[in-house]
Structures are given as C-alpha cells and as structure tokens.
Design a protein around this ligand. Structure first.
Ligand SMILES: Cc1cc2nc3c(=O)[nH]c(=O)nc-3n(C[C@H](O)[C@H](O)[C@H](O)COP(=O)(O)OP(=O)(O)OC[C@H]3O[C@@H](n4cnc5c(N)ncnc54)[C@H](O)[C@@H]3O)c2cc1C
Ligand SMILES: NC(=O)c1ccc[n+]([C@@H]2O[C@H](COP(=O)([O-])OP(=O)(O)OC[C@H]3O[C@@H](n4cnc5c(N)ncnc54)[C@H](O)[C@@H]3O)[C@@H](O)[C@H]2O)c1
Length: 474
C-alpha cells in the first residue's frame, strides 16, 4: 500500500499540453492531482512539434507575402541563425522549469519519472534516480502519454539514424541536401521550412498521389504547386526502399522504388505517429498494450471494470492535434470531478462531440490550409445529401489587396436536407484566423439563411463567406 502522502484523487501520466490541462480541470473541480512526466513537462507540442515548427515557418510565410506585394523586397535570404534563435526562445531553450511551475501552481504534485500502471488505480513512477515510487488514485488515472514518431521498416533506415520531427524542429545546422519521406502534415510543414532555411536541394518522397491526402484534393494541389515553384522536388507514388549511411553523421544514400538513388546530407522521416501506450502497464489491467486506448465520449476507457481509467490526446488516437486533446482534457477533468462528487456528469460540456464532427486544423504552410468538419468524400460516405460550393479566394477584393496573384480557394460542403455546413476548407496566405468563423458555423450548425446575416466587413478576406453564400444561391 502506498504512503498516505502518495494518494491522489487523480493521477495523470504524461505532462504534455493535454495531461496538464486535465489535471488543471480536475483540481478546479475540487480534486487533488498528481502529474507524472518522464521527459519535458509541456510535451512534444511545446518542444518538438507545434511551437518550434511554427516558429520556423513564420518567416517563410511572411517572406511569401512580401514576394507577392509589389513595392516590397526581401534584402537577402532568411537569416537562419536569427530564426533558430527565436525558435530556441519559443521552446524556452528546452527547459521545462516554467511548465513545472505552472503545474505546481494549479496546484498539482509533479513527479519526474516514467509512469506505469500497476493494476487498478495503482501507478508506479520510476524516477531518474532509479527508485520506484508507488502512487494510488482514489478516483481516476488519466493516460496522456502522447505519441512518438514512427520510423518505417525500410532496410538501413533505422541504422542511418534519420531525423524525425524532433531533430527537424530543433535544427541548428540546416542540411543542404534533404530527403523527406512522407507527404503528410509534418512532411509538408518541415520540408517547406527547412527548404527556405537552407535545404536548397530538398526531395519529398510521397507514397500516394497527393500531399496532405486527408484534406480536400485541391489543398494538396496548391501545396505541390507552391513547393515546386520554390524548387522542392516532389515525387509522387514513391518511397524509399533502402538507405545506407556508411559513416555516422556523413552523407546517406536513399534508394527509391523507381530504381533511382539520391545522395543526401539528412533524411527526415515524417510517416506518421506511434501511439505511446506500449510500455505503460496496460497488460496489468487486461488491456492490449498497443494502438490507441478506446474511450467513450466522456474520455473513459471502454472495457475497464469500475470505469476508473481515462485516455486523452494522442493516446486515444481520435485527432492528433493539441487543441483537440486539450478539449478532451477539459471534458475528462470535469467529468472525473463530477463523478467523484456525485454531481451530474452529463452536462453539455461533459461530452466530446467535436472530434466526430471533423476537427479544425491549420496547416501552416505557404499557402496555409485550414479545414474543419467533413470533406466532400467523408460527407458523401456518411450518407448526407451533399451540395458543394467552391470559390476562388483571389477573386475576393480583400484577398486581392493582400497579394498580387493571391493563391487560394475555398470549398464548403453543405447538408442540403438541413441547409447547414458540414465542412469548410480555406487555402490561401494568411487565412488562419478565418478558420474559427467556419468552426463556429459547423459546430453550431448555423442555418445558411441565418449565416447570411453575418455580414463580413469590406474589404477583408472574410468576404469569402458572402461569395460562398451567393454561389450557393442566397
Ligand atoms: C512536427 C509536429 C507539428 C505539430 N504541429 C501541430 C500544430 O501546429 N497544431 C496542433 O494542434 N497539433 C500539432 N501537432 C500535433 C501535437 O503535437 C500533438 O497532437 C500533441 O502534442 C498531443 O499532446 P499530448 O499531450 O497528447 O501528447 P504529447 O505532447 O506527446 O505529450 C505526452 C507527454 O507524455 C510523456 N510521457 C509518455 N509516456 C510517459 C510515461 N510512461 N510516463 C511519464 N510521462 C510519459 C511524454 O514524455 C510527453 O511529454 C504537431 C505534431 C508534430 C509532430
Ligand atoms: N499544423 C498541424 O496541425 C499539424 C502539424 C504537424 C503534425 N500534425 C499532426 O501530427 C500527426 C502526424 O503527422 P504526420 O505528417 O507524421 O502523419 P500523417 O499521417 O499526417 O502523414 C504521414 C504520411 O506519410 C506517408 N507514409 C507512411 N509511410 C510511408 C513510407 N514508407 N513512404 C512514404 N510515405 C509514407 C503516409 O501515406 C502519409 O501520407 C498528424 O495527425 C497531424 O495532424 C498537425
């Protein structure tokens, strides 16, 4: 039995953005909480994903905007040293003292070490000093262990020690010749960032026929056009079949499935994620220690007697996005507190309804890609009476004023039965902040006839809303 000091209402394993948020909500609801982190509090997002990648991408987008505006001129290439220095600040120089302080101010108890389930409501923390500390939860254990980069089983690839998102986002010396394997979100964002910062010979190997293939097809088409114009060599229907790097840290050769070979200074693997639940003791409670942990809409793991286990963020595999994980964490923390105190646990804010509707996402490339809700393909597959409305963003006066030859397009997926939006995609420079208007319309299922009265200001890019509605027939 653990010491009384080591008993908490809630124990959260993983102090990424999602775990921290769940602990905060549970404490706000009147419970005590412990948070366990084996690496850096703040998680992948704060040090090796969202924050540094956006710090590296910001000057790339801005340089694109300058190039599209007559009268402005870049005086030279982007200053890579200044950009990486700002990135270092954005990631707090890989020091998590501020995040730990945030957790302690919640207040929650922070444990540094690897957390592992040791049976129902029991958790062990293997600390950096090799000691193991036993903790016990009165109410719930929350798994928020995130995900790791997945390295495919290509002969020689593991041995060549390729870059993953971690090395790419913490880059100091930008490799001149870069091969990127994967054309998903990480592949696109990091290929564009590194290319602009000095990887002048960048080749992307894309297994399918499109970049960012889960989005509307035109979004990937815009990106490939932009990448190729910049000089990135995008090869579709291709992957690596063999990799060799005879001298550690030296050049590598990548054999491609069309028989060609590329020599590169670095290889970036961006082929998806492995959910990080393999060695956290799930077998001690008869759950499979692989794949995402299946949860219900209150984030409670299904198939666990007494319902004390929860899984949020990347760990449940719903939508691998920080904002969606934090949303799940708010649901989870509130539900645990309500259940612990015998309060109603089914208030409207206590169920995840947003994940199934299609999460909002911004891909911070140039042009940017913003999506929310269902794509046309997804909406048709779900059996909706779909009508599509599309519009060239460059035709909107506000967009024309933003840039000469504004590259962009918008698409709305309408449910004709209810005359509401099922999904919206915007592609274009500086469209990020348009996305939330679409998210509100989709999440709130605002009827188009009502949306008509949300008048966008002239001359802004948001007049795309008016154009889409006019195109629809209003
Ligand atoms: C390059 C890149 C860019 C991205 N950009 C964006 C973006 O712009 N916007 C966006 O919304 N999403 C983005 N994402 C996705 C986002 O990073 C993840 O969805 C998010 O980090 C998930 O948060 P999490 O807390 O679930 O997991 P993580 O951030 O992975 O945190 C999990 C934490 O748990 C810890 N942990 C794991 N196992 C244990 C254990 N047994 N004991 C103790 N601690 C443990 C880990 O060390 C880690 O700190 C990006 C991802 C990548 C790879
Ligand atoms: N801005 C953002 O919101 C943002 C940014 C980065 C990452 N993320 C999230 O992080 C998660 C991971 O992103 P990701 O890009 O690593 O995964 P992904 O699943 O989006 O893309 C991986 C791509 O790699 C391809 N692939 C897999 N194996 C391959 C192989 N052997 N050869 C060639 N291609 C191969 C897949 O077909 C797929 O297109 C995503 O869910 C994404 O939403 C979000």
């Amino acid at each position: 039995m653990a010491d009384e000091a080591d008993v908490f209402d809630v124990i959260v394993i993983g102090a990424g953005p999602v775990g921290e948020t769940a602990a905060g909500r549970a404490v706000r609801g009147g419970l005590t909480a412990a948070v366990i982190e084996e690496r850096l509090a703040g998680g992948e997002c704060a040090y090796y994903a969202c924050i540094p990648s956006k710090a590296l991408l910001r000057p790339v987008g801005l340089a694109g905007e300058v190039r599209r505006l007559p009268g402005l001129e870049l005086r030279g290439p982007i200053d890579t040293g200044a950009v990486t220095a700002r990135r270092d600040e954005a990631v707090s120089h890989f020091d998590d003292a501020g995040q730990v302080q945030w957790i302690e101010r919640v207040p929650a108890t922070f444990f540094r070490g690897r957390g592992r389930l040791a049976g129902p409501l029991a958790v062990e923390v293997a600390g950096p000093d090799a000691g193991v500390r036993a903790l016990r939860a009165r109410q719930a254990v929350v798994i928020a262990t995130g995900s790791d980069p997945l390295i495919p089983d290509v002969p020689g690839l593991h041995e060549a020690r390729p870059w993953t998102n971690r090395e790419a986002t913490s880059v100091r010396e930008v490799p001149r010749r870069l091969v990127v394997i994967g054309g998903g979100v990480v592949g696109c964002e990091m290929a564009q960032a590194l290319h602009a910062l000095g990887s002048h010979e960048t080749t992307m190997l894309v297994r399918g026929e499109r970049l960012i293939s889960r989005t509307e097809p035109f979004a990937g088409d815009f990106l490939v056009r932009s990448f190729r114009e910049a000089g990135i060599d995008v090869r579709f229907g291709r992957t690596a079949v063999c990799v060799e790097r005879p001298v550690p840290g030296g050049p590598a050769t990548v054999d491609i499935d069309d028989g060609s070979r590329i020599e590169a200074d670095e290889i970036l693997v961006a082929t998806g994620r492995r959910i990080n639940v393999c060695d956290i003791g799930l077998e001690t409670i008869d759950l499979k220690p692989n794949g995402p942990i299946e949860v219900d809409a209150s984030m409670r793991a299904t198939g666990v007697p007494e319902g004390w286990l929860y899984a949020i963020g990347d760990a449940n595999g719903r939508n691998l996005l920080t904002h969606m994980g934090k949303y799940q964490a708010r649901v989870c923390g509130d539900v645990i507190a309500a259940r612990a105190q015998g309060r109603p646990d089914d208030l409207p804010g206590m169920r995840d309804t947003a994940d199934d509707q299609g999460a909002p996402q911004v891909i911070f490339t140039d042009p940017q890609v913003c999506t929310v809700g269902r794509t046309e393909v997804q909406a048709r597959a779900a059996g909706f009476a779909v009508r599509i409305v599309e519009y060239d963003m460059g035709e909107v006066e506000g967009a024309y004023l933003q840039a000469e030859g504004y590259p962009g397009r918008a698409k709305a997926v309408v449910d004709e039965d209810r005359r509401v939006l099922l999904g919206v995609t915007f592609v274009g420079p500086a469209v990020v902040d348009l996305l939330h208007s679409a998210t509100v319309a989709v999440a709130a299922e605002v009827p188009l006839d009502r949306l008509w009265h949300a008048v966008p200001s002239f001359p802004t890019v948001s007049e795309i809303w008016l154009k889409l509605l006019e195109e629809y027939g209003l």
